[in-house]
Design a protein around this ligand. Structure first.
Ligand code: URA
Length: 249
């Protein structure tokens, strides 16, 4: 009986959030996905067919972030399009050298349409400020542009649908370095569920762009002991950026 109640609850949840559409990862993950992170050699073996995105789509031809945002902010490619309040495209310097990629908008972001403005975002902003970096200098966005109900972890299918937009943002901003915030951002970018401990302190490559990985700031809210690690990861990212731009020499 318990399992029956659970199934009914789950179906009700789907009905509420997805308008009755039966939406399951099981159907969507059976797709080519052979990317792995070779942490020993700090190399990414990247070969996911989903990431070769359909540039023929109109938005794929966008020349500026503004144009891209206008073309995609009514997106309904996944059911989150129906439940979002605002599309959370991204914010910051369109020519930023440093780009932050988080997981997905939360409640505050969904209302304001701006990434990382809630408690976790304020912690990110504060840590950046302590390193003399203003939010307006960098570019901040997420793997998903719409809020998953109840802040649940994004489904792989949602990430697959949304990721081409991120790829286009990366192309347009052309950052020198990307910082992936948290395990879901790493999963979204690299299609790997490798542990955070194995990835921090390394420079990985995503489509030939260096990527540094750190905790999601929400993890620091749950575990303040991680704050120092987060700050030192960001310092590490800045050192790498300085090296890449020769500012440190
Ligand atoms: N968490 C994220 O991953 N992104 C946001 O924009 C806010 C919270």
């Amino acid at each position: 009986m318990e399992i029956f109640d659970e199934i009914v609850n789950y179906l009700n949840y789907l009905n509420e959030n997805y308008g009755g559409l039966l939406y399951s990862e099981l159907f969507d993950t059976a797709q080519p996905n052979s990317s792995t992170v070779d942490t020993k050699n700090e190399k990414l073996i990247f070969n996911n067919m989903n990431d070769i995105f359909a540039i023929e789509e109109e938005w794929g031809k966008s020349r500026t972030l503004k144009e891209l945002e206008q073309k995609i902010n009514t997106c309904l490619k996944c059911p989150l399009g129906k439940t979002r309040t605002k599309f959370v495209f991204g914010v910051g310097n369109p020519n930023a050298e440093l780009m932050f990629v988080g997981e997905a908008p939360g409640a505050d972001e969904d209302i304001q349409g701006i990434p990382f403005v809630g408690r976790a975002g304020q912690l990110l902003t504060k840590t950046l400020a302590s390193l003399n970096i203003r939010r307006s200098e960098v570019y901040i966005c997420n793997i998903l542009k719409c809020r998953p109900p109840n802040n649940r972890k994004p489904f792989a299918a949602e990430m697959d649908k949304c990721k081409p937009y991120l790829l286009k943002q990366i192309e347009l901003v052309a950052p020198k370095l990307i910082v992936a915030l948290g395990a879901t951002a790493v999963e979204g970018l690299f299609n790997t569920t490798a542990r955070m401990a194995a990835l921090r302190g390394k420079v990985l490559k995503f489509q030939d762009r260096p990527v540094v990985i750190t905790y999601h700031p929400a993890a620091l809210l749950r575990n303040p002991g991680l704050e120092n690690y987060f700050r030192s990861d960001l310092q590490f990212a800045l050192e790498i950026l300085n090296r890449l731009t020769n500012k440190g020499e």
